[in-house]
Write a protein that binds this ligand. Structure first.
Ligand code: ASP
Length: 443
């Protein structure tokens, strides 16, 4: 059994957090490969080290002196090193090198990546295990995407040599021979890549919450944690705004059949959430999660005998394509078709889109509605439960919320409803109460 363990920035923000992380690693010897993020926030208005580094880069790129900024970043690490009582260890030479780079050849990705690089060195020294520089084992191709083949080969060989190691997250080597980062939050991706290359049994992703929650805790107080969620369910919820993992972190482990376990560094006793390809585990509730977003528009297109006009849908969508607009949902009736789009993308192009659709598809009318919010109610349990839709609509009707649109995915994994922006929070609360709180009360 071997595990890859990734720790997020808040798990490594201070010496105290480092100690919790070491205790977690020591508690289970199968925790073989450790992926650290850069130190995150210690308190709510603190600055993440990655943001401090990006600030230093921006100043250096304008030719400004960054001595003070670098000193503030170094102080973050020195505080950790001192708190861990790491004798004979310092990052002086590394900071001298970063200062030199910023002066002579400032590079954004190199600078941003130093947060993870330095934290990895501290972590390796503290745990007493080898450090592998991610730039030697993770590679990007010409297009800036992961070079899966080369990475798997080189990283797999490096890991085969070392039973344990620390590999910093967030970066690798670009095709130009320079350090390149993933997008923000990319240490999740590194963890997934390492788990796949190591043929690990589990990818543990340690953060500051006890896993995925049924819905956003800013909308419902203390929502229940989700024990098991499938990759497909997670994709539906993430797409609708639930933030759990970096999107690109799914593919490498999913492809290798490795489950992800989201855990809480501050509450290691909590089981967290298992993200899996498929499971027989019965969900605790009919729905797995609720997520949603505001800021959509709907175009209601009508045309008599639309149902028998072959190619009508294609012509309408061509009007969107010509204007470079992607659509979210497209529920349709006999002579009507609704197209839901993102308001911010659509607003400036709206009249061009309308005239294009008139020119291409010749509808009777096009009406536009704005201020629409979409809510996704997701759950693999819905397929085998009857009355889910009825329960959902009665939850909303009881709160006098007007449902503007309904779309049930063909997978029966989700039901999407559109409500007015102003009803968004109330709708999520009502759904939560009906499917979770009321069910708990029956138990
Ligand atoms: N440190 C990077 C960031 O803040 C990457 C990560 O934490 O995953 O985005």
């Amino acid at each position: 059994m071997s595990k890859v363990v990734k720790f997020g920035g808040s798990s490594l923000a201070s010496a105290e957090q480092f100690k919790k992380v070491a205790a977690i690693i020591h508690a289970d010897e199968s925790r073989a490969y450790v992926i650290p993020s850069a130190p995150g926030r210690r308190f709510s208005d603190d600055t993440k080290v990655t943001d401090m580094l990006l600030g230093a880069y921006a100043a250096a790129a304008e030719g400004k002196d960054v001595t003070e900024q670098l000193a503030a970043i170094k102080a973050r690490y020195d505080e950790i090193i001192a708190g861990l009582e790491l004798k004979d260890f310092n990052l002086d030479a590394d900071f001298a090198e970063i200062a030199e780079q910023l002066k002579t050849e400032p590079a954004r990705d190199y600078t941003a990546s130093r947060g993870e690089y330095l934290n990895g060195k501290v972590m390796a020294a503290y745990l007493g295990i080898p450090f592998i520089d991610a730039k030697d084992v993770i590679f990007f191709n010409d297009e800036g995407n992961l070079n899966t083949y080369k990475t798997d080969k080189v990283l797999g060989a490096a890991l085969a040599e070392l039973p344990r190691a620390v590999i910093p997250g967030f970066y690798g080597l670009g095709k130009d021979g320079k350090v390149k980062t993933f997008s923000r939050g990319g240490s999740d991706v590194t963890g997934s890549i390492v788990a796949a290359a190591a043929h690990a049994d589990i990818y543990e992703n340690w953060t500051d919450v006890s896993g995925c929650l049924v819905c956003d805790p800013r909308l419902v107080e203390n929502p229940k944690p989700i024990k098991y969620i499938t990759y497909r369910e997670l994709r539906e919820l993430s797409y609708m705004g639930a933030s759990v993992l970096h999107e690109d972190a799914i593919f490498p482990v999913r492809h290798s059949g490795i489950p992800i376990n989201i855990r809480n560094t501050n509450r290691p006793e909590d089981p967290g959430t298992w993200i899996v390809e498929s499971t027989c585990q019965k969900p605790d509730y009919v729905i797995t999660g609720i997520a949603g977003r505001k800021g959509f528009c709907a175009m209601l297109i009508t045309k008599g005998m639309m149902n028998s006009e072959i190619g009508f849908g294609r012509r309408v969508l061509q009007g969107l394509e010509e204007n470079d607009i992607s659509f979210e949902h497209m529920p349709s009736g006999i002579d009507t078709m609704t197209i839901v789009v993102h308001e911010d993308e659509f607003l400036e192009k709206e009249q061009r889109v309308v005239s294009a659709i008139h020119r291409l598809a010749n509808p009777d009318s096009i009406e536009i509605e704005s201020d629409l919010a979409l809510i996704a109610v997701v759950g693999r349990g819905m397929r085998s439960a009857s009355g889910t839709a009825g329960k959902l609509f009665s939850a909303l009707a009881e709160k006098k919320i007007n449902v503007r649109m309904i779309d049930q995915g063909s997978s029966e994994l989700n039901i999407i409803i559109g409500v007015e922006n102003k009803d968004f929070e109330l709708a999520i609360k009502a759904i939560y109460e009906k499917f979770i709180t009321a069910e708990d009360a029956k138990k």
